[in-house]
Design a protein around this ligand. Sequence first.
Ligand SMILES: C[S@@+](CC[C@H](N)C(=O)[O-])C[C@H]1O[C@@H](n2cnc3c(N)ncnc32)[C@H](O)[C@@H]1O
Length: 344
Amino acid sequence: MPDSPDQPDSQDREEPQGADSDGYGHVPVLLDRCVELLAPALTRRHADGADAVLVDATLGAGGHSERFLTDFPGLQVIGLDRDPNALGIAGARLAPFGDRMRAVRTRYDGIAGAIAESGFRQIDGVLFDLGVSSMQLDQTERGFSYSADAPLDMRMDPDAPLTAADILNTWDAKSIARVLRDYGEERFAGRIADKVVKRRAQQPFSTTGELVELLYEAIPAPARRTGGHPGKRTFQALRVAVNGELDSLRAALPAALAALTDGGRIVVMSYQSLEDRIVKQAFAAATASRTPPGLPIELPGHEPEFVTLTRGAEKARQVEIDRNPRSAPVRLRALEKVGEGGNS
Ligand SMILES: C[S@@+](CC[C@H](N)C(=O)[O-])C[C@H]1O[C@@H](n2cnc3c(N)ncnc32)[C@H](O)[C@@H]1O
């Protein structure tokens, strides 16, 4: 399936859930496809008889992990999340799998530490299902959603120091505009930032409703009619900035690739173009030849370390989007490690 330049952003996932929500507030996206792509790596026998290990780098409600633990009876799963609330929910859901499931509270760029802490040296598969979960959006008091009035928080890790209110109330107009432009691709970034700085001189921001009200004033009516909800891009941008999401992803991908055994596989699902660009670049580097440019032949041992398993980025089929609207913006990319000699 080809790449699409007009990928909607993750905040489009504020659309209502499909009727078959699994009782955990989050319907896992492209579940069958994730299983299909990772299965060859998770069903191999290790020479020493050890079970295969999967890192679910974005455990969330544990929907993907539950399926993997069910389908692959010997599989060990290490589930990472920075959100203790998600870890609590997933922990209870996955308790029946006993010590085959280990949950670690960490940012996913801490993947190498989490693998070591869990007693493993290498892994066979890794899954990233990026962004916020439906659970987080639905917990209105956390301030991720522009559809409900709540404190302007947006931290995935409630112990992290920076909130969305801190950004709006303390950063200068230029820095706020940069965040809105770089992380939200907001055309009216400068205008919104100026209004934010003017408004906070009267009264600091404390709720999402106050921000939404300002966005209705700042974004001209014709653009509001065509550009979706006026909060869409700004809320995405603030969430990305508050959680350092792109830096975390940039650091996590090479660490995840390095942790894979030969024949190991990685699947990444992104929901907005900034994330997908980072994945695309990291995967392009991993699948490039390591022979110095200009040499007429591939130097032995310098073949690409990874091969791609998807043609461009795969999207959800319409039938899945109808059932689970939050799958609409997904872009899935996957690689397999072929190892030093180019063979698994
Ligand atoms: C889309 S949800 C995953 C849903 C999960 N696949 C399921 O089926 O339930 C993404 C999760 O990743 C977590 N997350 C996002 N960025 C993270 C980061 N940098 N480090 C660790 N966890 C992160 C979020 O807290 C959220 O729980």
